[in-house]
Design a protein around this ligand. Structure first.
Ligand code: ADP
Length: 370
């Protein structure tokens, strides 16, 4: 197990395309770090640079205390779990598990001990004599993981299974990986474009966009304190509602005018209030997650007029799609006693959970920032 350190790592492809602009962070000893972002944001490029499958244009990459920019993949002591399971079809599960160790000349006794250990951990005992073709997709995933783990590498890398993994299999693999990570304490870097996978697996998450790291933090910190509107809307489903308008101050109270006659009343903390007052007269973006909106009762003077466009019950909850002063909003509600499409209602909001972003930079207006 080892830490991995990126220092101003940059990847420019031969055609001049910047795959990764300036990665500068560390993956801790035994940490499960998840790289997440939309397709093409540079996640796999970053992972492949750690694996040694992609050259590094500039910057320094270290595994443990060793700079590995020029070290070949074989000598990096990493294991990569590929998206296609890449098991040898003519070998049994036991032989697949032992193969890497045999290549490295690990003595037979040691080999058998490690295979037995990995098989026990992954619940593969019964499958050891079988061939890959006789396994289910989930079992093949577990064997692929097992094959990486028997080598006891310093770092385990896993690119997302983009393949036809069904939702159930994704979930069980996720649970499996989380359990394994806890049991082994291996340093793992995991790539996914799936924000749920990122939130549930990552001890920390690196959110990327267009080759650039947007924010690195624990999942709930990212959810509660997104650094910009991209992170705010990327994590969370349905995504955060964003409302834009000029920031006003009336009778000492701060408001955002999102449309003619429609104003959000703000209730910022004292520290944030000072930051917002300095921006009165400018356009800002207010963010509200779907769970922080509700259908208002009679006495809520701050409530906004809205019209129901669509109602989506999903079992344990429901989503209301609303039109409010030219904005489309989504509200998360309990699934009973719902309004109907076409209904006019008043929309309440939890002002204490409002996020604020600058309109031009789209950066969070943060009470803790200098
Ligand atoms: P992700 O894993 O986030 O989907 P990638 O790291 O695979 O994204 O790719 C990042 C960007 O680099 C993409 O826009 C992709 O098209 C580009 N890219 C990847 N490989 C090459 C290459 N060999 N030459 C030029 N551009 C590439």
């Amino acid at each position: 197990m080892a830490k991995v350190r990126f220092e101003h790592v940059r990847k420019v492809y031969e055609n001049g395309y910047v795959g990764v602009a300036d990665a500068d962070f560390e993956v801790g000893h035994g940490e499960m770090l998840v790289l997440v972002g939309p397709s093409g944001c540079g996640k796999s490029t970053l992972l492949r640079m750690v694996a040694g499958l992609e050259t590094i244009t500039s910057g320094t990459l270290s595994i443990g205390d060793r700079v590995v920019n020029e070290v070949s993949p074989r000598e990096r002591d990493i294991a990569m779990v590929f998206q296609n399971y890449a098991l040898y079809p003519h070998m049994s599960v036991a032989e697949n598990l032992a193969f890497g160790l045999r290549l490295r000349g690990t003595p037979k006794g040691e080999r058998e001990r490690r295979v037995a250990e990995a098989a026990a951990m992954l619940d593969l005992g019964r499958l050891l004599p079988l061939k890959p073709a006789q396994l289910s997709g989930g079992q093949r995933q577990r064997v692929a993981l097992g094959r990486a783990l028997v080598r006891q590498p310093a770092v385990v890398l896993r690119d997302e299974p983009r393949s036809n993994l069904d939702a159930q299999l994704r979930l069980s693999t996720r649970v499996e990986i989380a359990k394994l990570h806890r049991a082994l304490g291996a340093t793992m870097i995991y790539v996914t474009h799936d924000q749920i996978e990122a939130m549930t697996l990552g001890q920390r998450i690196v959110v990327m966009r267009d080759g650039r790291v947007q924010q690195i933090d624990a999942p709930m910190r990212l959810y509660e304190r997104p650094a910009n509107t991209f992170v705010a809307t990327f994590l969370g489903s349905p995504k955060m509602n964003l409302l834009q308008g000029p920031l006003l101050e009336r009778d000492g109270a701060l408001r955002v005018r999102v449309a003619d006659g429609i104003e959000l009343a703000l209730a910022p903390s004292p520290a944030l209030q000072a930051k917002l007052r300095a921006r009165v007269g400018r356009e800002i973006i207010a963010g509200l997650r779907p769970e922080h909106l509700h259908v208002a009762r009679g006495g809520d003077a701050a409530a906004l007029p809205a019209r129901v466009e669509a109602v989506e019950p999903v079992g344990n909850e429901a989503f209301l799609n609303l039109r409010c002063g030219g904005c489309d909003l989504v509200v998360r509600l309990p699934p009973h006693g719902l309004p109907a499409a076409g209904d006019e209602l008043r929309l309440g909001y939890d002002a204490a959970h409002m996020h604020f972003f600058e309109r031009d930079s789209e950066l969070r207006i943060d009470e803790d920032a200098a």
